[in-house]
Ligand binder design. Structure first.
Ligand code: PHE
Ligand code: ZN
Length: 850
């Protein structure tokens, strides 16, 4: 980088000095020399805050060919970040022509090529790699786009305005920021359908993929139509263009992108067939298709004033896609899955050097803030608001939000104000959820006297970088009370914990109740304390709240693991017994039972130990998890066989929630059975599997027990031609390598001809997977750390965004023993000292070392 990276502060935001009233772009596509001509109309911004001291347009890596203002050639001053030029006092027309080289763009930001296809990615600040422009989300304009190329499919945002041999023109009638611009050109095949909106407009839908992939688009199309209907029914939101296009691309840094009318997807989140995609893939496709579609209103029609407000669109849109998935499948199961992800990724982020508020106040590289905190915790904050104001006020507030702010670029203050105006409630304390980082800890104490039950709740949030002291937050704690026989005596009610400590009283109870606290995971907090085994088993058996029933099982597992790790205890058989009762209950959703059978992740156990003052040892944790699984496999033996047999679905594969739940339970049983049957059942299952879900489950069960060599080869033989399926093959080996062999496994995989480090999916399939094998990654030799650092340093010049993202694997270094701390810190320091390091990876390494 030519100059020292600058820190950007929320407090410094000022409106841009000009309004953009019209944008016309002409692309003449060529891999090494694409010409981009722009004609942009600027008018002075009447806002008194607007800064018109200097006319600056962003632009990076552009070769300027010509520039004119009102038809007269000008010579702007150009830096590495953009240009400045003297402009007239009133409105004017800016015209420029630049040259870019999409074929050389390995960063996959701006306009790039993916196996012969042109594709763009402009969020957050990619448009400046395409042409000179005020590349900030509060500058919204109508775009006219002309594309010239011999490729058969030429796409941009909005509606098709005309086409002929070698060209197409698009017009997007909705003003939008540049980050929502998109262009695609290639030899693509469309799956088409239509959707009639509730006001009777017909929308032409298309999913465009490489020739041959069109046999795998049906589920994405079905998901899209369901999402469109759902948004009309649940939020009153209708689609607003004549066409909606989705494109699948093989090389993509993220999951997908909500460009107006032209969503661009990582191919793995579009393409699915029973033979190639697992139930988890189908579920993810459904939710991401919905997520990007929902952005049309929450993100596009109403966008963010600046990138500090990212959670305004992402938190809300994740919340909406979670609601959608809950409605399409099982709400209880979805809530548990979301809580698992949140704890795994966001609680982890909050517990380390990368902790930041849902709305950060400064950044060096915005791409580093597409985080679990902004997305997943951002969604939790929306969910808490809904819980606090109630269903009806939530809907009324959202109606007001869409009415008041349509067409605007707004802030979290604007968002909260619609709730305040709708409900009359003061949300100034609630707003701390956006400004305070860290996961609040809540402790519960109980007291029973003469028919009165007192629950005392206390909150405390540990310090995070830059925030040593935290003020109390508003925490909605959903609580229900159970009687001694397991009946519910007080149904769920939401207690609002707003002070450091509060006592809530329940009167008129016949006997001492058992509280079920934080039902439905009503707030993203850690409940501290360790209930008795009896209490946990009681809740696992009786709680009427499905989340807390599952949570009780989790707590039991955690309790047993903690005893094994801190007191060398043998696994308590009470766990298996309590679990057996739950598993046997045929009235329970198989998907829920499958979740109960899974142990917490090794990283979760590590953090749990650390939080209670015990230094976690990744090897010991791995051994304890393995030992507990062995004990479960033995103790539950016959039951597992019986459930697996009962759950194996008859008939052809269908990706619906019911079938997926049965497969999940059958395969969770298989994983344990494989520990005691010498791998027999899994080998048979692998050979006879007719869908990828069962195939992968059988292979994983074998690999997890040190078997599966022959099956790995067979899998490779069958799928060598399919990149998405082979990504699974790479990941499975990394996840299930024995700790001592993990680094060698990675080295073997990356030396293969089909390891293409320029393809983010393949790079992630190996290096994104490595931290998912914690005992392997943290092997005391330091080989895992070294290897990851080597490859991040190697990837950084090609693709800084993906390199920076995967560097997060190092963020837990301070929780480890001195030896590992030293090894990890040394690798971070080595990354940090690499000459020419990107702003992306540089910022990450610096924050982790700070
Ligand atoms: N805005 C995209 C989404 O969440 C994510 C994304 C960010 C994609 C940056 C690409 C680049 O839906
Ligand atoms: Zn999003």
């Amino acid at each position: 980088m030519s100059d020292a990276p600058q820190t950007i502060h929320l407090a410094d935001w000022r409106p841009f000095g000009w309004l953009v009233t019209d944008v016309r772009l002409t692309f003449t596509l060529s891999p090494d020399a694409t010409r981009v001509r722009s004609a942009i109309r600027f008018e002075p911004n009447p806002d008194p805050q607007a800064d018109r001291t200097r006319f600056f347009l962003h632009g990076e890596g552009l070769r300027l060919i010509s520039a004119r203002i009102d038809g007269v050639a000008v010579a702007p001053a150009i830096t590495a970040h953009g240009l400045t030029v003297a402009v007239p006092d009133g409105g004017f027309l800016w015209e420029s022509e630049v040259e870019i080289a999409p074929a050389e763009n390995t960063a996959l930001e701006g306009l790039y090529m993916s196996r012969g296809m042109y594709c763009s990615q402009c969020e957050a600040e990619g448009f400046r790699h395409i042409t000179f422009y005020p590349d900030r989300p509060d500058v919204m304009a109508q775009f006219h786009v002309r594309i010239e190329s011999d490729l058969p499919v030429l796409l941009s945002n909005g509606n098709l305005a005309g086409q002929g041999p070698g060209w197409a023109e698009w017009h997007d009638p909705w003003p939008k920021p540049a980050y929502l611009f998109a262009l695609v050109a290639g030899d693509l095949v469309a799956t088409r359908d239509t959707f009639t909106t509730r006001s009777g407009r017909e929308v032409a839908l298309a999913i465009l993929v490489r020739p041959g992939d069109e046999t795998r688009t049906a589920y994405a199309m079905d998901s899209l139509k369901r999402a469109m209907r759902w948004d009309e029914e649940e939020y009153g939101r209708e689609y607003d263009l004549d066409m909606f296009n989705i494109v699948a691309v093989d090389d993509f840094n993220m999951g997908a992108m909500e460009n107006k009318g032209l969503n661009i997807f990582n191919a793995r989140l579009v393409l699915a067939s029973p033979e190639t995609a697992t139930d988890a893939d189908y579920e993810r496709i459904e939710s991401v298709i919905a997520h990007e579609y929902f952005h049309n209103w929450t993100g596009n029609r109403i966008t963010c004033r600046d990138w500090f407000q990212l959670c305004l669109k992402e938190g809300l849109t994740v919340f909406r896609d979670q609601q959608f998935s809950g409605d399409m499948r099982s709400a209880a199961v979805k809530r548990i899955e979301d809580a698992i992800v949140l704890r795994n990724r966001q609680f982890r982020e909050d517990a380390g050097p990368l902790a930041h508020p849902v709305r950060p106040e400064s950044f060096v590289e915005i791409n580093n803030f597409y985080t679990a905190t902004v997305y997943e915790k951002g969604a939790e904050v929306v969910g808490m608001l809904k819980t606090l104001v109630g269903e009806d006020s939530y809907r009324a507030s959202l109606d007001l939000y869409f009415k008041r702010h349509d067409g605007q670029a707004v802030t979290i203050e604007d968002w909260l104000r619609v709730f305040e105006d709708t409900t009359g409630r003061d949300l100034s304390q609630f707003a701390r959820w956006y400004s305070q980082a860290g996961t609040p800890r809540v402790t519960v104490t109980e007291d029973w006297e003469n028919g009165t039950f007192n629950l005392t709740l206390r909150q405390h949030t540990p310090p995070t970088p830059g925030q040593p002291k935290k003020a109390p937050q508003v925490i909605p704690v959903a609580v229900g009370l159970l009687g001694p026989n397991g009946d519910e005596v007080v149904p769920t009610q939401v207690l609002e914990l707003a002070e450091d400590e509060q006592t809530f009283t329940f009167e008129g109870l016949a006997s001492r109740p058992v509280p079920s606290v934080l039902r439905g995971f009503s707030a993203p907090v850690i409940l501290e304390g360790d209930a008795s085994l009896e209490r946990m088993a009681f809740l696992l058996a009786h709680d009427t709240d499905p989340f807390n029933r599952w949570q009780a099982g989790r707590d039991l597992a955690r309790h047993v693991l903690r005893a094994m790790l801190t007191r060398d205890a043998t696994p308590d058989p009470a766990y298996g017994q309590a679990l057996a009762g739950f598993l046997r209950d045929d009235r329970l959703d198989p998907a829920l039972r499958a979740l109960a059978l899974a142990l917490p992740g090794e990283e979760d156990t590590a953090r749990d130990l650390y939080n209670t003052g015990v230094p976690p040892d990744p090897d010991a944790i791995h051994r304890a998890h393995e030992a507990l699984r062995d004990v479960l496999a033995q103790d539950l033996g016959a039951l597992l066989l019986q459930i697996r047999a009962a759950m194996t679905p008859a008939g052809p594969y269908a990706p619906d929630a019911a079938g997926a739940g049965r497969r999940a339970l059958a395969n969770a049983c298989l994983a344990l059975i494989t520990r005691v049957d010498g791998g027999k059942a899994a080998s048979v299952a692998f050979a006879s599997a007719s869908n990828m879900t069962d195939k992968v489950a059988a292979l994983a069960a074998l690999l997890a027990t040190g078997r599966g060599e022959a099956e790995l080869s067979a899998f490779e033989r069958d799928w060598a031609h399919d990149r998405l399926v082979m990504d699974k093959w790479f990941t499975l080996q990394v996840h299930h390598a024995a700790p001592v062999a993990a680094a060698a496994t990675v080295e073997r995989l990356v030396s293969r001809a089909d390891f293409d480090m320029r393809n983010p999916n393949r790079f992630r399939a190996v290096f994104g997977a490595l931290p998912g094998n914690p005992a392997g990654f943290h092997h005391a030799s330091g080989a895992g750390y070294r290897l990851l650092a080597d490859w991040l340093i190697r990837l950084d010049p090609l693709n800084p965004q993906t390199a920076a993202r995967l560097s997060q694997a190092f963020d837990g270094w301070r929780r480890l023993d001195a030896g590992r701390q030293g090894l990890m810190r040394a690798e971070l320091a080595r990354i940090s000292a690499t000459p020419g390091l990107s702003r992306d990876l540089g910022e990450m390494a610096a924050r982790m070392l700070a």
